[in-house]
Design a protein around this ligand. Structure first.
Ligand SMILES: C[S@@+](CC[C@H](N)C(=O)[O-])C[C@H]1O[C@@H](n2cnc3c(N)ncnc32)[C@H](O)[C@@H]1O
Length: 251
C-alpha cells in the first residue's frame, strides 16, 4: 500500500485566527473565540481543504495512514464539515441528549456541528470542544496533542470522536479524571455492517465492541447503557458510580 506523503509542513493554524471562509460558522457570524491558548501545526495538505470525501478510497486511505504514521490530526479535513455526512449524526445526538438530560452541564468533545446541543435539556450549560473553532464558544484543542481542558462540567459526550484519536486509552483516562458521566459512540470493527476499510473513512484505530468497552472499564468507569444502531454503531453511557442493580437501559 502506498504511503505517499500528502502534504508539507508549512502552515500553522492559530486558534485565535479567523477561520477559513468555508468553515462551519453557525448563525452566520464569526466571533473571536475565547479558547484554551494553543497553536496547532498542520501539514498543508495536497487534498483541497474540506474535500476528504472527494478523494478516492486509495487517496483517503493513504492520507489516513500518513496521519497515523506522523501522529498528526487531519485538521484540514475537519476545517469544514460541509462534505461530511452529518445527517447520520442526529440519531446518536438524540440518544445522547436523552441520556444526558439529568446533567446541568455537558462538555461536547469533538462537537462538530453541535447537533447535540438541541437535544439537551433546556438550560443545560453546553461546552463545545473541538480541534476547529465551530463558533465563539468552542474550546479549541487537539485532543491528539494537548491535554483535555478543564471545564465546568461533570458530564461529557464524545460522539464520533474516538475513531480519530491515536491514544484513546490516555484520553479516556483523562476523561475519567474529569467526568462522572460520559456518553460516547464508536464504530466497532465486529458489527454486521462494519466498514471493511476503516482508513478510507479516516479512522485511525479499530476496536471491537468488547475492546472499546474495556477502554472505559479499565479507566474505572461502569457500563450503564448500551444501544446499537445503524448496524455498525454503538452508543454507550459510562458512569463512575455503579449503576443500581436491575437498572434498565431505556433509549
Ligand atoms: C465525525 S465528527 C462528529 C461531530 C459530532 N460529535 C457529532 O456527532 O455530530 C468528529 C469531530 O471531532 C473533531 N475532532 C477530530 N479529531 C479531533 C481532535 N484530535 N481533537 C479535537 N477534536 C477532534 C472534528 O473536528 C469533528 O468536529
Amino acid at each position: 500500500m502506498s504511503r505517499r506523503a500528502v502534504g508539507r509542513r508549512d502552515r500553522a493554524v492559530d486558534a485565535g485566527a479567523q477561520p477559513p471562509a468555508d468553515a462551519f460558522v453557525p448563525r452566520g457570524q464569526y466571533i473571536r473565540p475565547v479558547v484554551v491558548p494553543t497553536r496547532i501545526r498542520s501539514l498543508a495538505p495536497r487534498m483541497p481543504k474540506s474535500h476528504f470525501y472527494d478523494l478516492s478510497d486509495a487517496e483517503r486511505t493513504a492520507a489516513t495512514i500518513e496521519s497515523i504514521d506522523a501522529r498528526r490530526t487531519m485538521v484540514e479535513r475537519w476545517s469544514s464539515l460541509a462534505d461530511e455526512r452529518p445527517r447520520g449524526w442526529t440519531v446518536r445526538a438524540r440518544i445522547a441528549g436523552k441520556w444526558l438530560r439529568d446533567q446541568p452541564a455537558v462538555a461536547d468533545l469533538g462537537c462538530g456541528t453541535q447537533v447535540l446541543e438541541a437535544h439537551l435539556a433546556p438550560g443545560t450549560l453546553y461546552l463545545p470542544v473541538d480541534v476547529v473553532a465551530r463558533d465563539g464558544r468552542t474550546v479549541v484543542v487537539d485532543l491528539n496533542r494537548e491535554p483535555l481542558p478543564r471545564l465546568p462540567a461533570r458530564a461529557a459526550a464524545a460522539l464520533g470522536l474516538l475513531e480519530y484519536v491515536f491514544e484513546p486509552e490516555a484520553l479516556v483516562a483523562a476523561m475519567f479524571a474529569a467526568f462522572d458521566v460520559v456518553v460516547t459512540s464508536y464504530n466497532p470493527r465486529d458489527l454486521p455492517a462494519a466498514l471493511a476499510d476503516r482508513h478510507a473513512n479516516g479512522w485511525v484505530n479499530a476496536f471491537d465492541q468488547a475492546e472499546f468497552e474495556q477502554l472505559f472499564i479499565r479507566a474505572g468507569y461502569h457500563l450503564d447503557r448500551r444501544y446499537a444502531f445503524d448496524k455498525r454503531q454503538v452508543i454507550w453511557r459510562f458512569t463512575t458510580a455503579k449503576p443500581a442493580p436491575g437498572s434498565k437501559s431505556p433509549r
